[in-house]
Design a protein around this ligand. Structure first.
Ligand code: ADP
Ligand code: MG
Length: 244
């Protein structure tokens, strides 16, 4: 399988604080990778470096064979190939559900009204939010907002979806509906990199688990290996704390 994204020797420091230290991994087409690790280990920074919300201090990000950190590379264009879902939804509060899913398609991808509306409705159906197309974000629950945010990202036809703890800001009773949508996307063959604290979910949905600690990848592999029979002491410690 081909790599959609390849991270090589990635480093990121804030001042003298080295947050990512020589991170290497890849995401292959159709693969679901779950990134786990303690709070503060650098997971969000890694995702933010991948979509260039943060500028890496060193290393390479290879997207479909091209280093996007090369000066000549078109960063705006690259970003349109990544679908990002944040912990805090980040919907446009002044726009209704449908327009949240349409505006990026029209502004960035220059799609016309008909095409962008059709796309938006298609993915609002997928996440079970089509009947709320005229609602404003403030009228929705957290779980519903997050499902709209997922539809909005999918409507851009991304090559890879990046999720940063998509259920961490939700009331417990809404976690299930969002995880169900992500499971469906996994079954449909979407390429996804998911930061999550939901270990049971990660075990079910991931083709590969990547465990990060203090800015390095300590261990990665199939869920049965990393979550059930971890090799490294730091992975064992983390799982002991998390699963307790
Ligand atoms: P995680 O998502 O795994 O909880 P983060 O990537 O958010 O971890 O943070 C890793 C470390 O980087 C933390 O110590 C955090 O305080 C620091 N950090 C993150 N963003 C910034 C920033 N913009 N400026 C300074 N330090 C930051
Ligand atoms: Mg984080």
């Amino acid at each position: 399988m081909t790599n959609v994204i390849e991270i090589q020797n990635l480093r990121k420091s804030f001042g003298s604080h080295e947050v990512l230290r020589d991170v290497n991994f890849n995401v292959k087409k159709g693969e679901v990778v779950c990134l786990i690790g303690s709070s503060g280990s650098g997971k969000s920074t890694l995702l933010r470096c991948i979509n260039l919300l943060e500028k890496p201090s060193g290393g390479n990000i290879i997207y479909k064979g091209e280093n996007i950190l090369d000066k000549k590379h078109n960063i705006e264009k690259y970003r349109t190939h990544l679908g990002m879902v944040f912990q805090q939804f980040n919907l446009f509060n002044n726009l209704d559900v449908l327009n949240n899913c349409v505006v990026g398609q029209q502004k960035v991808l220059k799609r016309n009204k008909q095409e962008s509306t059709d796309k938006a409705m298609k993915f609002l159906e997928v996440v079970g939010m089509a009947q709320y197309k005229n609602a404003k974000p403030r009228q929705l629950s957290g779980g519903q907002k997050q499902r709209v945010a997922i539809a909005r990202a999918l409507a851009m036809d991304p090559d890879v979806m990046l999720f940063d703890e998509p259920t961490s800001a939700l009331d417990p009773e809404m976690v299930g509906e969002v995880l169900k949508v992500i499971r469906l996307l996994a079954e449909q063959g979407n390429t996804m990199l998911i930061v999550t604290h939901e270990m049971e979910f990660a075990r079910e949905v991931a083709d590969r688990i990547v465990f990060m600690d203090q800015g390095v990848i300590v261990e990665e592999g199939q869920p049965e290996h990393v979550l059930v029979n971890p090799k490294h002491e730091r992975t064992k410690e983390f799982l002991k704390r998390t699963l307790r």
